[in-house]
Design a protein around this ligand. Sequence first.
Ligand SMILES: [Zn+2]
Length: 277
Amino acid sequence: MKSKCFFSHEDISKKIIRITGISGEMMYLIKGSKRNVLIDCGVGIGHLREYINNSIGIDADSVILTHGHIDHIGGAAEFEHVYINPLDNELARSYMTKEKQLAHLYMCGIDSKNFEVEDYCEFKGIHFEDIIPGQLIDLGDVKLHVLDAHGHTKGQVAILIPDERVLIAGDSCNSFVFLFLQEATTVKEYKEMLEEMRRKTNGSYDRVLVCHGSGEEDKDIISKVIDVCDDIMGGRSDDIPFSLFGQSGYIAKAVGENNVRLDGGSGNIVYNGVATV
Ligand SMILES: [Zn+2]
C-alpha cells in the first residue's frame, strides 16, 4: 500500500510505539487495555490511520495534539477525536494550510514533487476537543497525565506516563528549543514553566521522548535547559544570529555541526534576543 512508505515505527516499550513521518517528525502511539491514543499526527503526508491499522495492526480513534504546529497536527482529519489545549486552537487553525505544509517540507529539504495529490491529508471537518493541563486520560492499564509545558507555544502540553516512566515532551524541552517564533513566550516565563514541570514530574520518569532529532533526550534535559535560560537572563549567552522563514532569533549557545554545542554542554534555545519582555 502506497502510504506505507511515508512512515516507519519502532517499539519504545510494551505500551508505546514511536511512529516517524516523512520529515523525521515523530508521534507516539500509546496502547491501553481500554483504548489506544496517538500523541501528535505529523505533517499530514500519507495516511496515518491506515498505517496504524495495516502496519501496526491496531486502531486509534483519538489524537492528542501537543501543540498547534503543522508538523504535529497535519494528520488530524483522520481521527474522530482531536484533543488540543484551547490556548493553541487558533494557532493550529492558522497552521492547517497547504502553504504551511509545503513550507515545512521545504525547510526539511523534502521535494513536494515526490507526492501525489492523494498523499496530502485534508484539513476539513476537524472538530477540536479541549484538553487541559492537569487532566488525566485513562486508557485502562495506562494513564496519561497532561502537563502544562507552554513556552514554545502558549498551549503546548507534555504527557507524563508514570506507568511507563516516560515523559513525552513534544517540542517543549529538547536540545534546540524554538522560542523565537511569534507564538512563543519570553525566556523568563518559559523558565518558570520548566521549573514547575520539573517539580511536578520529579522522580516519575526515566526517559524523555521528543518529536524531532533522535527522539530521545537525556533524563535531566529540563535542568539543562533551565541552565540555558539562566545564562540568557544573566547575559552569559553567545547569541548567534539565526533566521527561518522571515523570523529571526539568536541561538543562545554556539553550535557546530548537527547543532552540537561547542562548549560541550547540552540543551539550547533559539530565542528572539529579548529574555524577559
Ligand atoms: Zn513546534
